[in-house]
Design a protein. Structure first.
Length: 443
């Protein structure tokens, strides 16, 4: 088992509400997590305006969250992300320390200094004159902060992914206080695999076992149209022997995040015995509370499987072969009927998703549900053209395709669009009857 098992609110985009955070803490407690890292990039007081204090009401909420975490066996780790920090400025240091003191006053004990996604050079010339390198300056700042924090202190370096060996990382390994935990995302920002030998290598450079900041199921920035509700996978069964722990960066949709987080909790508790698909079955059933609802979510997830843990497999869904191969064989009324039942089934899945017992999950998945419903309509309209072609039906089909494509949330890529257009082409291709396929053979 991993010593540190964390949920990380560290994405770009709308920070969660306090109610959503409280619900996530309760979920995390039930599933064996023991850290909640607070570091949402678009909380302006956390990052862009970090020198500005939180309001008293906000600090009261942090205190309540810390107590909720403690009651559930978690530690709230309070993030500090001082953008454009001036290392030689006592005013900047005082602002940072005031932030720590305010959090400590409401019961927060553990802290997280984040220097990720920041320039790899000094902002102020005098910092460069005093410190030989950015690594030396950051190690010095971490050491200074370590003296003010009685609990745990975590650090996310400016270089947080890659081969795991550089002058910057070696400086951190040499200069950082041994009691400071260091985050690492793997060979990539969103790593498809985390391998034990890689963990050993970067841990040796940093002179401590790393804590993985695992960027799954996070779906911010370019991934914001991907739901990331497939199971956790690609992590070595003995990874816990080479790192201190894993914190999973959650998605923009907190309730939908719980599907992947549920499966990850099972891996973190028993990496040797972890089975992604079996874990996913349990997660879907618990999050939906109904087998039919779980199956509907599974159908959507199969078609919306674009995620960093399954690179190159975004179209490897259960329907791809049937859609792409439909016109490779003779088109008969029986095969059209089978395809119609398929699309009607997708439409029923979309209807089920709209009415999920878990209303928060239904709301989180709504854009993808709407896309699924739209593609089901497109498929059925394509078959209508195939069975009784008319210009009005073709125009209706193209209008439906246009409406669906206005929704950028990813479900099946272009599979349904291509299939529907091929239906139109098929009815205007007389050669199909001679080739042994197409509408003209059985009209």
């Amino acid at each position: 088992m991993f010593e540190i098992r964390g949920v990380l609110e560290g994405f770009y985009g709308r920070p969660w509400s306090w109610a959503e955070r409280r619900a996530m803490v309760d979920f995390a407690a039930r599933h064996g997590y023991n850290r909640y890292f607070y570091a949402p990039k678009n909380d302006p007081i956390h990052r862009n305006r970090w020198r500005e204090p939180y309001l008293p009401t906000e600090m009261r909420w942090f205190g309540e969250l810390a107590r909720r975490c403690e009651a559930g066996g978690l530690r709230l780790v309070f993030g500090l992300s001082p953008l454009e920090y001036h290392y030689t400025s006592e005013a900047h240091w005082r602002s940072l320390l005031d932030k720590v003191r305010a959090a400590q006053a409401v019961g927060v004990r553990d802290f997280f200094l984040l220097m990720d996604d920041m320039p790899d050079r000094f902002r102020y010339p005098e910092d460069g004159e005093r410190f030989g390198s950015l690594g030396e300056a950051q190690a010095w700042l971490c050491g200074r902060l370590r003296q003010e924090v009685a609990g745990e202190l975590y650090f996310c370096p400016t270089e947080y992914h890659g081969a795991g060996d550089s002058p910057y990382l070696r400086t951190l390994g040499e200069r950082l206080d041994g009691g400071i935990e260091v985050f690492w995302t793997g060979r990539e920002v969103c790593s498809s695999v985390l391998r034990t030998p890689d963990a050993h290598a970067v841990s040796a450079v940093l002179r401590r076992p790393v804590v993985y900041w695992d960027n799954y199921p996070v779906n911010d920035v370019d991934m914001r149209y991907d739901p990331h509700i497939r199971p956790y996978r690609g992590r070595d069964a003995d990874l816990d022997s080479a790192c201190k722990g894993i914190a999973l960066n959650a998605a923009l949709q907190p309730e939908a995040s719980k599907i992947a987080l549920h499966t990850a909790a099972q891996y973190l508790a028993d990496p040797q015995g972890y089975d992604p698909e079996a874990a996913w079955d349990r997660a879907l059933l618990e999050l939906t509370g109904d087998p039919a609802d779980a199956e509907a979510v599974r159908t959507l997830a199969d078609l919306a499987r674009k995620n960093p843990l399954e690179p190159g497999q975004h179209l490897d869904n259960a329907l791809r072969g049937r859609l792409e191969g439909f016109f490779a064989a003779p088109v008969t009324p029986e095969r059209v009927g089978e395809m119609r039942r398929l699309f009607e089934g997708l439409a029923r899945s979309a209807e089920r998703l709209e009415k999920l017992r878990n209303r928060a999950l239904a709301a989180d998945l709504a854009p993808w549900t709407q896309k699924l419903a739209g593609w089901a309509e497109v498929g059925l309209r394509g078959l209508d053209v195939l069975e009784a072609p008319s210009e009005a039906k073709v125009e209706g089909l193209l209008g439906a395709i246009f409406r669906v494509r206005e929704n950028f949330h990813w479900v099946g890529g272009d599979l349904f669009d291509v299939f529907a257009r091929e239906c139109v082409r098929a009815v205007s291709r007389p050669s199909l009857s001679q080739a042994g396929g197409g509408w003209t053979e059985w009209k």
